[in-house]
Design a protein around this ligand. Structure first.
Ligand code: ATP
Ligand code: MG
Length: 570
């Protein structure tokens, strides 16, 4: 038996160690975390890391995790994004219960505390233009210069701040700044802006405000208001932690949160930046935020990725403190591993080629049993029709095959899955010389896929009966960018993959697929995992490829690949 530790999660990563230790030392009782998205776009898989961490530790330590919209910039935020974020967090499997908050809920309190900073001499109104402010800020090697407005008396600052709030100045005319140190080595501490003037309508507070707090000012104070114990954020906020603490130390806050930083999730070949994703959508480079090529949670969902696979992937990535780049094949591997376990098998011919079984009677058809899942007998079987005319995969035939090609070719015998052995007898071509049909014969003795005389075939093909197959459009997704570091040469759009979407217009599916509900994922045998797209309708089916069957990452990293069901040599 393994000895019980203080908490089963201690030792899993440095964040959980900190939390377990804080609890053991009695520094905190109930753990409260938060996920604080800015509603200026859809969530991407990078956000999933933060969501899994914040909601995960709250659950493991019997605490709470708040969903807080960091809605402090009304010029970029929209209700559509607020709704999408809530939907995607829920889809990922997390529940904030009653703990739904908005930074805008605290605007009045934040303003009152800002007046407190003004009256205690810790903040001042600066009239410098944005350009002059930038110029006076200095550089990493040079200190900044004090603003000529830095020593305004508190009473004058207070009057100006109130006039700002009352709407007496245009955008950009003045800001409220913390009075810290223009020579600080940490640039964040060089009198950061706390409030700016923005005459804009806010999705929640309408036109009540024309000044809005900055992230740096709103965040820590919102944490304190909500009683957050551990404010977990990504490494780029490490430099902001001294400011986070500086503000909390000077305000009459009801609780004292602490900030901890972890590494952002980066995945080679994916762009995890809402700014770029926004431009992909706005420039119609993709079909929307939920385009299956997008690294958004909505895109992953539409592609058929199960939320449990996203959670498992995040768990495997781990919670390191140093930045790194994850191989996208690891994500595919995790998705495939889960779908291999759960997805029912179906037959679908993506690029159909007609096969005519010459010795099968024209009027005849029979029903065969196809196994729904090779490792899960509980999924049972389904009937598939076998008849004289069938579809097979165009790639499964070669007129003049190389040595290692074991599938159909003139004179070659193969197995049709769940059905019979067939032998190719004649190749039919159109005037352009393209193969348009194959005449074959079948061996009635091989029903079910075995020959009584023990002869073997080296390939098993999937197929669909021409009489009852249903046509469908198939969307195959390839990487959206052509290189692992999109934009490294400056223009991320120059690295877009022109072949990121490949559409097959005339696939032929077994009839069971016509009624597959949206959200269900199946394995098309030998092809990969597929799910109906929301564009799909009864007469016009559309399927997305979630992920193919190939396991390059498994091979490279020496992991056990899931069994490759239905794969053939050749
Ligand atoms: P983006 O750079 O895509 O605009 P952001 O950090 O501005 O992302 P927010 O809405 O502010 O987006 O993010 C909410 C939370 O998600 C923050 O705590 C942020 O640290 C975290 N987060 C964002 N991107 C990642 C990522 N790639 N990996 C881990 N956490 C992330
Ligand atoms: Mg942000």
């Amino acid at each position: 038996m393994v000895a019980e530790t203080d908490t089963p999660e201690a030792g899993r990563d440095f964040i959980r160690d900190i939390i377990a230790n804080d609890r053991a030392q009695g520094r905190v009782q109930t753990i409260v975390t938060r996920f604080p998205p800015e509603p200026n776009g859809y969530l991407h898989i990078g956000h999933a890391k933060s969501i899994c961490l914040n909601f995960g530790v709250a659950a493991e330590f019997s605490g709470h995790c708040h969903l807080r919209f960091d809605d402090t910039n009304p010029t970029r935020e929209e209700q559509e994004f607020i709704d999408a974020i809530a939907r995607d967090v829920r889809w990922l499997g997390f529940d904030w219960g009653d703990n739904l908050f908005h930074a805008s809920d605290y605007f009045e309190q934040l303003y009152t505390w800002a007046e407190h900073l003004v009256t205690t001499g810790h903040a001042y109104i600066d009239d410098l233009s944005p350009e002059d402010m930038r110029a006076a800020r200095g550089t990493l090697t040079e200190p900044g210069r004090n603003s000529p407005f830095r020593d305004r008396p508190p009473a004058e600052n207070l009057a100006l701040f109130r006039a700002m709030r009352a709407g007496e100045f245009p955008n950009g005319a003045r800001v409220l700044r913390a009075k810290i140190d223009m020579a600080a080595g940490n640039m964040t501490m060089r009198d950061p802006v706390l409030y700016r003037i923005l005459h804009a309508t806010h999705p929640r507070t309408g036109n009540i405000w024309c000044i809005y707090p900055t992230y740096d000012y709103a965040h820590g104070q919102s944490d304190a208001i909500e009683g957050i114990t551990h404010s977990l954020c990504t490494l780029e906020f490490e430099d902001h932690r001294p400011l986070y603490d500086w503000l909390l130390d000077r305000l009459p806050i009801p609780s004292r949160p602490r900030q901890y930083e972890f590494a952002r999730l980066n995945i080679a070949g994916l762009v995890l930046s809402k700014r770029v994703l926004t431009r992909l959508v706005a420039g119609s480079h993709v079909r929307g935020w939920d385009d299956p090529r997008m690294p958004t949670l909505a895109g992953l969902r539409r592609r058929g990725v199960p939320p449990s696979a996203v959670r498992e992937f995040i768990k495997r990535v781990g919670m390191a403190r140093a930045n790194s780049v994850v191989d996208p094949a690891m994500l595919d591997f995790t998705i495939r591993e889960e779908l291999n376990r759960t997805a029912p098998r179906r037959m679908a011919v993506l690029r159909p080629l007609k096969v005519i079984i010459d010795n099968y009677p024209e009027a005849q058809a029979e029903t065969l049993d196809a196994i729904n899942h090779p490792d899960d007998p509980a999924q049972g079987t389904r009937p598939v029709t076998f008849a004289r005319e069938l579809w097979v995969e165009r790639d499964d035939f070669m007129e003049d095959p190389p040595k290692k090609f074991f599938r159909l070719s003139p004179g070659r015998e193969v197995r049709l899955r769940y059905a019979y052995f067939i032998t190719c007898r004649e190749v039919i071509k159109n005037p352009a010389g393209e193969v348009i049909a194959l005449h074959c014969t079948y061996d009635p003795e091989t029903k079910g896929g075995n020959a009584p005389d023990g002869r073997r075939v080296q390939a098993t093909l999937h197929w669909a009966a021409a009489a009852d197959a249903v046509p469908a459009e198939i969307r195959l997704y390839n990487p959206l960018f052509t290189r692992p570091d999109p934009g490294a040469d400056g223009d991320v759009f120059a690295d877009l993959n022109p072949d990121s979407l490949e559409t097959l217009q005339a696939a032929m599916l077994e009839p069971a697929l016509a009624t597959l509900p949206e959200g269900d994922v199946v394995q098309f045998e030998r092809q990969g995992y597929f799910t109906p797209d929301p564009d799909s309708s009864p007469g016009a089916l559309v399927f997305n490829r979630t992920v193919g069957l190939r396991d390059t990452w498994a091979k490279e990293s020496g992991r056990n690949a899931p069994p490759a069901v239905g794969r053939v040599r050749g």
